[in-house]
Design a protein around this ligand. Structure first.
Ligand SMILES: NC(=O)c1ccc[n+]([C@@H]2O[C@H](COP(=O)([O-])OP(=O)(O)OC[C@H]3O[C@@H](n4cnc5c(N)ncnc54)[C@H](OP(=O)(O)O)[C@@H]3O)[C@@H](O)[C@H]2O)c1
Length: 266
């Protein structure tokens, strides 16, 4: 599996490109010569990034200010993507909430499911028929190590990322031989605005610097893995250890351990 060749007409789409891993994915794709469609709610940030990337790399960069949790806005974007030559889709936008589910804002929890799972499904379904017809395309899905294990104190997020992880790995096998690839990016802690959005004040103190990965390193590992047709990319030693413990520790053991961990960080 290799990535489709960038052309003046095709596009790489990055959701959640206004910050963190998504901004770094956009940068990495522009450096590789891809013209882009950048998606997030903060269109002003996307425009600043678009101007910088087109000046630095000579690519065309389009901006779509879109709330992917809003079904009408998302449908408009999905319809547009279905009608265009999309070479690469990076389904990356997402956020988390922490705390016991019964205490959390039900609307924000539902928004999380809509963004982290339903939007990933929707946009993938929009671009997939075109990719399969062209026998070329690549889909990156940003899941998480949180999706490998139960998340008491982080239940909605863990469940949405379990969807993302399983969906990506299922598709990857389903698409074998079609010329279309699908890779899961399943990071552990990455320094971005993620913690601020989730209102996590203690995470920084709990985890030493050495355990964090930069957004740039996570994005580069993801794009290298996508180009190689890798099933799953897990950037950094800590995330690799989390993956093994999350997948192989008995649920009855890891559940209470993670409950204690999440209580410390919230
Ligand atoms: N950082 C970590 O430790 C970590 C670990 C594992 C997995 N991840 C995953 O990595 C992905 C990227 O997160 P990040 O760490 O880069 O966090 P981030 O810096 O907070 O970026 C999140 C991006 O998602 C966008 N977004 C949020 N809500 C949206 C909505 N309703 N519609 C459209 N876009 C929306 C944000 O843009 P706007 O606010 O402008 O809309 C922003 O561009 C997420 O899926 C996250 O779950 C992160």
């Amino acid at each position: 599996m290799s990535l489709p060749t960038p052309t003046p007409g095709n596009r790489a789409v990055v959701t959640g490109a206004s910050s963190g891993i998504g901004a770094a994915l956009a940068e990495g794709l522009a450096r590789r010569g891809y013209s882009l469609i950048l998606v997030a709610r903060r269109a002003d940030r996307l425009r600043t990034l678009a101007d910088r990337l087109s000046a630095a790399h000579g690519v065309t960069v389009e901006v779509r200010g879109c709330d992917l949790g809003d079904r009408d806005q998302r449908r408009q974007l999905a319809d547009e993507l279905a009608s265009r030559d999309i070479a690469i889709l990076c389904n990356n936008a997402g956020f988390a909430s922490y705390g016991d589910l019964a205490q959390l804002d039900p609307e924000r929890e539902a928004d999380q499911v809509e963004l982290n799972s339903v939007a990933v499904h929707h946009l993938t379904l929009a671009v997939l028929p075109g990719m399969v017809q062209r026998n070329a395309g690549a889909i990156l899905i940003t899941g998480s190590t949180a999706g490998n294990q139960p998340g008491p104190g982080n239940a909605t997020y863990a469940a949405t990322k379990a969807f993302a992880n399983t969906f990506a790995e299922s598709l990857r096998t389903e698409l074998s031989g079609t010329g279309v690839g699908c890779t899961l990016l399943a990071p552990g802690p990455v320094r971005t605005e993620f913690g601020d959005v989730a209102e996590l004040s203690n995470l920084d103190k709990l985890l030493p610097d050495a355990l964090w990965v930069t957004a740039e390193d996570a994005a580069e590992a993801a794009l290298a893995g996508l180009a190689k047709g890798k099933r799953r990319v897990v950037p950094g030693a800590f995330a690799k250890a989390q993956t093994v413990s999350g997948q192989y520790t008995p649920r009855a053991v890891i559940g209470p351990v993670l409950r204690a961990v999440y209580r410390k960080i919230t």
